[in-house]
Design a protein around this ligand. Sequence first.
Ligand code: BG6
Length: 493
Amino acid sequence: MKYSKDLIKPEDFPKGFLWGGATAANQYEGAYMEDGKLPSVADVQPHGVFGYPDRNAKYYPTHGGIDFYHHWQEDISEFGEMGFNVYRTSVAWTRLFPTGEEEEPNELGLQFYDQVFKTCREKGMEVMVTISHYEMPLHLADKYGGWKSRKMIDFYTKFVKTMVERWHGVVKYWLTFNEIGNNIHKMEWMTAGIDPKTSTLNDVYQASHHQFVASSLAVKIIHEIDPEAKVGSVIEYKTIYPMSCDPKDSIVVLKEKQRGYFFSDVQVRGQYPGYAWEYFKENDINIEYTDEDMAIIKQYPVDFLSFTYYRSRIASKDYVESVQKETNTSDKEIHGDTAYRGDDNIVNTGKTNPYLKLTPSGWSIDPDGLYLALVDLYDRYQVPIFVAENGLGIKETLVNGTVNDTYRMEYLRDHVIAMQNAIKDGVDLFGYAWWGPIDIVSNGSGQMSKRYGFIYVDRNDAGEGTLKRYRKQSFYYYKKLIASNGRDLTIPE
Ligand code: BG6
């Protein structure tokens, strides 16, 4: 993954840089009960509901997704046409182990991914598998309380071993958990199968601990079976600016960032950082762990770090204090779910950043924030970095069989420039995956109308439509950009 600076011009991306896209099975595949599959935690989250299950709703967008299950040949072919040399996706755990408890995997589930991965390779794409992307078996959440239970480690490692035995030499990159942990505060159900209505902060950190052990064991298993494969962690990176130059605002920023760093610190550095123990003490968190757990975490860190980046946030001490007062809560709740209520762009401030434009759904557009993230993470860890997700989700209408999405090209161009600048600074960045290269179901809102794709899909928020795919204008832009290895960024008139 290292590259020699002598071989490239400063403005170039390294030779072999990975360009592609990322999806998740539950948001894409549909066919949620086909060929032996059973529901995952995502399949009981209805349209318009975020972060908790509701089993009596009328419509669940993940059930149909955009039916990749029956359109995979066409879609992979389109990704190949754009020139992708990497495709990141998850394997639906419930296709292989429908309840999670079966001794033997479901052969039909394995066969589905056999053909998808083989076709990716034939089209010149490396396959990067997210082992768990918000879609653990519903049965395990219901029966064991999700990742609160230590038993999850065994179910997960069986799932990992099955995949690596089947796809060693085919899948080169593995990511152990999507956005491990730092989303667990606001999405306990999706990330860990914990019902937020009854959970405590202790449960959240206990679940995280089990995921850390499971992740390290995944590194061990993957390396033993396939020494060539690389294993990474995915965090949700938060670029956060202090609201003012009051040092207390910068401390709030640091504390907020530590909630995220915690997960990469453990996975990359192999140990719990001091500030985490202090946080546990302050918040009466007592997790159960063994010396052997800590030894496993130490011995099997990840090979590389990846992160998702969409936008930046601002934070201030005043806002934290006002919410504390208003809700009569302690620090632990402020830094938990409370901080995310309302407009999700506005973490801890109640205000938007006046220097940045917002998307219609209220997310800031901040390519400099990506540059800052890359430099920060590389300085902190000195391991190869991969951008696991980045993208712009917006309502769009098809006109004459296409979408003239210049705004998406501009977003992409500016974030590519941010990556170039980080590479010039010496960041060992080896790839980039656009989130949702084809329109898929939104994780946060269940909408189809929050469209990220270079390819438009005829399906609406009620699940109606022909599912026909149409190339947007950005399809050709990304294709040109990839063909020039990130040098041709000119947006057509
Ligand atoms: C990331 C998740 O946090 O954000 C994806 O890994 C998700 O699953 C993406 O789809 C974009 O968020 P949303 O809510 O617009 O789908």
